[in-house]
Design a binder for this molecule. Structure first.
Ligand code: ATP
Ligand code: SF4
Ligand code: MG
Length: 323
């Protein structure tokens, strides 16, 4: 059974008289214990999708339609109060600079206790500290970090604290949005290893948003490829990243050195993302696609099931309709 079912999700930002279609008609199933990487160039809507799941987008300028069913509940329909109980406890998210919201004048441990008690008012200070230190150990942080001020921590330590905190209630779903991108390669590798071990141990489901296809290849089971708000290809990493069906995925992979270390053609994809405020009739990638034919400019390709676990939206790919 799916833990998270996203159905026909559309997210629009309404700014300066324009409508920016940041997420367009995305449907995606996340099974329990899945690890899904979401890739796509900058501006393709990855963070918007992550924030829409937890309704963290600024409601005044955002219109969201569709369904986001988590554990049987449509998150787009429940009250803010109910959602607050799900955030962090059941679905936890770590952004690149999650810890920037901490106050500089209080120690880390003091602030954690405060936030923790919003969810568990009866928890004692000792219980909370014990739990936090246990998680600190899992992410390789010394106990003394609990009594430090945020400015006393390096960027890598801060991200470890964020990741430890995101796990404090053993959430069912963990979303990492470029959570390790700013770290040096060694620290990033260590944290990713720790996250994978924790996932195994805590039976987490993980969605991982990153620019770095090689990170997805080494840490995720499945991959979703986004472009200009659309989901273009979704399937197992072992399929999509080794023999991609969608011309955009093929181009994206050419932008990265081969995962085996051998250098590939790094020319990437010519052109840039289309204006998201314009609605196109045809394939969103047609202007940049070397394989486009006349139908591509007229008709939007449907998402089809190329195989049971491999979905692609391209006129060149034949398969059963994806519901
Ligand atoms: P990146 O890889 O750079 O993080 P992304 O794939 O996460 O990019 P988003 O941040 O989701 O992309 O942005 C998708 C589109 O929505 C972009 O065109 C962006 O400019 C627009 N957008 C994002 N946030 C807002 C906002 N608060 N107001 C208006 N437009 C926004
Ligand atoms: Fe290229 Fe046409 Fe496929 Fe779009 S539908 S990716 S334009 S071949
Ligand atoms: Mg982003």
């Amino acid at each position: 059974m799916s833990l998270l079912e996203i159905k026909n999700l559309n997210v629009k930002y309404k700014v300066e008289g324009k409508e920016i279609n940041a997420v367009r008609n995305i449907s995606l199933n996340v099974e329990a214990k899945d690890s899904i990487g979401i890739v796509g160039e900058s501006g393709s809507g990855k963070s918007t999708l992550a924030m829409a799941i937890l309704r963290l987008l600024p409601e005044k300028i955002v219109e969201t339609t569709g369904e986001i069913i988590f554990d049987g509940i449509n998150l787009l329909e429940i009250s803010e109060n109910k959602l607050r109980k799900i955030r962090w406890k059941d679905i936890s998210v770590v952004f690149q600079k999650s810890m920037n919201s901490l106050s500089p004048v209080h120690k880390i441990g003091f602030q954690i206790k405060d936030i923790y008690k919003v969810h568990e008012p009866n928890a004692t200070d000792e219980e909370i500290k014990e739990k936090v230190l246990e998680l600190f150990k899992l992410v390789n942080l010394a106990d003394r970090v609990y009594d430090l001020y945020p400015h006393e921590l390096s960027g890598g330590m801060m991200q470890r604290v964020s990741i430890a905190l995101s796990l404090i209630f053993y959430p069912k779903l963990l979303i990492l949005d470029e959570a390790t991108t700013a770290l040096d390669v060694v620290t990033q590798g260590q944290i990713l290893d720790e996250i994978m071990k924790l996932q195994e141990k805590l039976h987490l489901t993980r969605i991982m948003i990153t620019h770095d296809v090689s990170v997805v290849s080494s840490t995720c089971k499945k991959v979703a490829v986004m472009y200009a708000g659309y989901l273009l290809e979704f399937g197992y990493v072992s399929d999509v990243l080794t023999k991609p069906k969608h011309p955009y995925t093929q181009g994206l992979l050419k932008s990265f050195p081969s995962f085996t270390g051998e250098r590939k053609d790094l020319r990437g994809i010519k052109g840039s993302l289309p204006d998201l405020s314009i609605l196109h009739g045809g394939c969103i990638f047609a202007d940049r696609c070397e394989e486009a034919t006349s139908i591509c400019f007229r008709e939007k390709p449907k998402m089809v099931k190329f195989s049971d676990s491999w979905n692609v939206a391209c006129h060149l790919v034949v398969g059963e309709d994806y519901e």
